[in-house]
Design a binder for this molecule. Structure first.
Ligand code: ZN
Length: 458
């Protein structure tokens, strides 16, 4: 007897997209069979007319994080409820090393934030902010603990300590860790920012020109060379511009033996920098900034042709009041809410509009992040033996995005008013129905820590 049967859906597996019935036992996918061939189940979900997708894996979130003297609107409870409501069943959040603190201490601190609150499974990366010899020596132990990726910010203070960071890169490479890199050149940005502020241009209308595509491309190139020198696999987070994507393409063509991977973020697929000219344009501020139409098109192309491997949210939510309070563009806390719209927006704007296939969408938000971050095949695919993290997705649902109906504690949504075709109807985590008809029924704290494998490029 199965615990759960999901019948009649079009199921997206790594091999095919076809009608199938899926059986679940003990929180795992027990069988995927032709329609009507499933054994008896305690509970059955009739999913005729629906798609059945693997739960998305979002490897880039910031929940309960402090930045710019404030704490993000979402903690691990509201953030993971928003995630689950949007079809995301695993997240990897960024734990930040405190100045002078250890990497293990950062992980423990983040563990305290997540435990008892998260409703879906979660892992951590650690952001290395202080690459002392003691920090570097800790890297192999942290990888063994299941935290197999690190974040490097090529900003504020990076250049000053570039040699220390190179030592950390080398240790990461030798320990089987993946480096996730925020690539923006601090000196190019500093120069542009000083010129703008010096001329009295403080408003958000000038934000995009303070961090031009060149500053992203320059840092990507430098990050590529630094990781090539040290043999470290590199994953560039939230790429926003054609110039940066071109550097990734060139590096891949030239090859170097180590992995070069790329991520983008929803806002760069749907919005352009004209948003900064609107009243309350501060709402759309993230690092890097929104770009031009040609960049948006270049990123879609890169999603389709395989240059960009992952779409991740960089969910970092703030109340509107906090966002618009700054007296200059450098003081606007960066980031916005995105977890609930990741999958439906990509389906609506990508699959429905035929920019990418449904199978490619599933790779971008589930299979690829699971593989890259050491969670596959437990997460990221509908295959026998995997965790039963599943999304019954209604491809015909019409939903207009309204902040008031979303689960994030941010009181605005960057996609407010956009009409979306396709929305999750039921989200299942390890066999348990946790969201149904946009309502969460999950117990806070049911989410479990995901110890991840070391990086493997195969
Ligand atoms: Zn981020």
């Amino acid at each position: 007897m199965l615990d759960l049967a999901i019948t009649g859906a079009t199921v997206v597996t790594p091999d095919a997209t076809s009608l199938a019935d899926v059986g679940v036992t003990d929180g795992k996918i027990a069988s995927i069979v032709a329609p009507g061939k499933l054994e008896q189940a305690t509970k059955t979900i009739d999913a005729r007319g629906m798609l059945l997708l693997p739960g998305a894996v979002d490897p880039h979130t910031h929940l309960d994080a402090e930045m710019f003297g404030a704490t993000t609107a979402d903690d691990f409870e509201s953030g993971t409820i928003a995630a689950a409501a949007g079809g995301v069943t695993s997240i990897i959040d960024y734990a930040f090393q405190a100045p002078g603190g250890s990497l293990s201490e950062a992980i423990s601190r983040w563990d305290d934030k997540a435990r008892g609150r998260a409703i879906i499974d979660y892992g951590f990366h650690v952001a290395i902010l202080d690459p002392t010899p003691a920090t570097i020596a800790e890297i192999p132990k942290v990888v063994e603990r299941g935290v197999s990726s690190f974040k490097i910010f090529m900003m504020r203070g990076f250049e000053e300590r570039a040699r220390d960071f190179l030592r950390a890169f080398k240790m990461a490479a030798e320990s089987g860790a993946l480096l996730t890199i925020h690539a923006e050149d601090e000196h190019l940005i500093g120069y542009c920012t000083e010129r703008l502020l010096g001329a009295g241009n403080r408003g958000v209308a000038h934000f995009a020109s303070s961090r031009p595509p060149l500053s992203e491309a320059a840092a990507v190139l430098r990050g590529l060379k630094m990781t090539e020198l040290t043999g470290a696999p590199a994953y560039f987070v939230h790429l926003s511009s054609k110039a940066a994507i071109d550097e990734i393409r060139r590096a891949r063509r030239n090859g170097s033996g180590r992995a070069v991977l790329a991520e983008t973020r929803p806002i760069y697929l749907y919005l352009t920098q004209e948003k900064f000219l609107e009243p309350q344009g501060e709402k759309y501020v993230g690092y890097p900034p929104l770009r031009e139409r040609a960049d948006v098109e270049a990123i879609w192309e890169a999603l389709a042709d395989g240059t960009v491997d992952v779409v991740a949210t960089d969910h970092c939510s703030w109340p509107l009041e906090r966002k618009i309070a700054a007296d200059r563009f450098t003081r606007i806390p960066p980031g916005m809410s995105n977890l609930e719209t990741l999958v439906p927006m990509l389906y609506s704007e990508g699959v429905v509009k035929r920019r990418i296939s449904l199978a490619r969408m599933v790779e971008l938000v589930a299979a690829n992040p699971a593989k890259i971050f050491g969670l596959y095949p437990r997460k990221g695919a509908i295959i026998e033996g995997a965790d039963a993290d599943l999304v019954v997705f209604d491809p015909d649902a019409k939903v207009a995005v309204h902040a008031g109906e979303m689960h994030s504690r941010a009181d605005y949504d960057p996609f407010e008013g956009i009409e979306v075709t396709g929305w999750p109807r039921i989200t299942i985590s390890r066999g348990e129905e946790i969201v149904s008809a946009r309502k969460s029924t999950a117990r806070a704290g049911r989410g479990m820590f995901l110890a991840r494998s070391a990086f493997s490029s195969s």
